[in-house]
Ligand binder design. Structure first.
Ligand SMILES: [Zn+2]
Length: 412
């Protein structure tokens, strides 16, 4: 593999340190050196002139749905597996094109879509982010994703979920996903506003059910994420060792205390992008007014909760549930702007969350999401300063170079 030296850049290293002028030498798939100013470099290295741009770690998407098709015409419930796989492969390329070099999957719409995609990416046969593969969301009767009606034929594997009630069924489903090669499990521990019969403030799983999933996950080294909007679901997730808490909108004082106590081992990802899009683009997408209002109320209610998490040192990561008509693939970096504009994070806090903490959620702390000698060479060269204007990361034309594992994906 080739060596590259990227010169004439300001380096944002992911740690929170202010960007500094320098150059970075990449040897094979790792960063060999980071120097301030110019140093003699090996003659064999290909020189990339950064033209004064910002060199930073590749972005990490903490709530990815690469198999969600984001078009009404591609109804997720009706897609044959052949089309579905191709759409998933296409979305993976789009995500990498947007500067996201890693993704933590928050569920796959069919059991093997993420798993197969991950193998293709790792073998270098399909471009896409480094991926931790998930299966469909595991839900209970009446939970998020179970939209069955008694008068219609029963579907035990609706849309992006599998319905499992009680510890035995949960164990069977979790074992099946493990057998098929997932890295992660996703449990819908709370209900959801607007899309499930149980609301966001309702905890729908039981302790025995979450415990059963963990019993399967632990010995197989599967990591577990939870859809946890209610305070009770956050507490339940923490009680059983669920590591990634999605949403946490209604975390109360007790739940915030528990999250803080576990802050070295847990991650929170609000996934605000999709909820925000439901009311912001309601008219264009004919979202029912009641649904749009509920989404707006939910975000308004949660803003204060997330800023309290930030102040308590809980890792809160961008990653916005992209893959719906109002929040299509390719708009992932909007989440960074929402962290600044709505959740009150500084651009620096947001970018550290999307890079360094992203590397941590991917299970590679100090190795991914950071620019330092020895780290994996997942790098972005941005035309401009994202700390001065975080919206430039939404403009693909300003991503002048995307490097993943030392290989150039895009070089403008
Ligand atoms: Zn999601």
């Amino acid at each position: 593999m080739a060596a590259h030296v990227i010169t004439n850049v300001k380096i944002f290293d992911g740690t929170g340190r202010q960007p500094f002028p320098g150059e970075v030498l990449v040897d094979a798939n790792r960063i060999a050196s980071v120097s301030t100013g110019n140093r003699p470099q090996p003659a064999s290295a290909t020189v990339i002139d950064g033209a004064g741009g910002t060199l930073m770690p590749g972005l990490v998407e903490a709530h990815a749905h690469l198999s969600f098709p984001d078009l009404f015409s591609h109804d997720i419930t009706r897609l044959p597996v052949e089309e579905h796989m191709l759409i998933t492969v296409r979305n993976a390329r789009t995500m990498l094109d947007c500067g996201y070099t890693s993704a933590f999957s928050a569920a796959s719409a069919k059991t093997r879509l993420d798993v197969v995609l991950k193998r293709e990416i790792e073998a270098g046969r399909a471009p896409g982010p480094r991926l931790l593969a998930n299966g469909p969301e595991i839900t209970v009767t009446g939970g998020l994703g179970d939209e069955n009606k008694l008068h219609l034929p029963y579907d035990d594997s609706p849309t992006f979920c599998v319905v499992a009630d009680g510890p035995d069924e949960i164990r069977r489903v979790a074992r099946t996903f493990a057998r098929e090669g997932v890295d992660l499990l996703k449990l819908n521990i709370s209900g959801d506003g607007g899309t499930s019969s149980a609301g966001a403030d309702v905890t729908v799983m039981t302790d025995a059910e979450v415990d059963a999933a963990m019993e399967i996950a632990r010995p197989r080294n599967l990591r577990v994420a939870g859809h946890c909007r209610s305070a009770g679901s956050v507490m339940m997730a923490l009680r059983h060792g669920v590591e990634v808490i999605y949403h946490a909108n209604y975390a109360d004082e007790e739940a915030l205390d528990a999250l803080e106590a576990a802050r070295d081992r847990v991650f929170v990802a609000p996934a605000i992008g999709h909820t925000w899009s439901l009311y912001t683009f309601a008219e264009a997408h004919r979202i029912p007014p009641a649904r749009a209002r509920a989404a707006q109320d939910e975000v308004a209610f949660s803003v204060d909760t997330y800023s309290r998490m930030r102040k308590r040192g809980i890792r809160v990561l961008p990653g916005g549930d992209y893959g719906f008509p109002t929040s299509p693939h390719g708009t992932y970096a909007r989440d960074l702007q929402l962290f600044v504009d709505i959740l009150g994070f500084s651009p620096m806090e947001t970018l550290v969350a999307a890079t360094k903490h992203g590397g941590e959620i991917m299970g590679k702390p100090g190795e991914l999401g950071i620019v330092r000698p020895g780290a994996l060479a997942d790098l972005l060269l941005v035309d401009g300063d994202p700390l001065a204007d975080i919206t430039i990361l939404q403009d693909r034309a300003r991503l002048r170079m995307i490097m993943q594992d030392g290989a150039l994906h895009i070089q403008a």
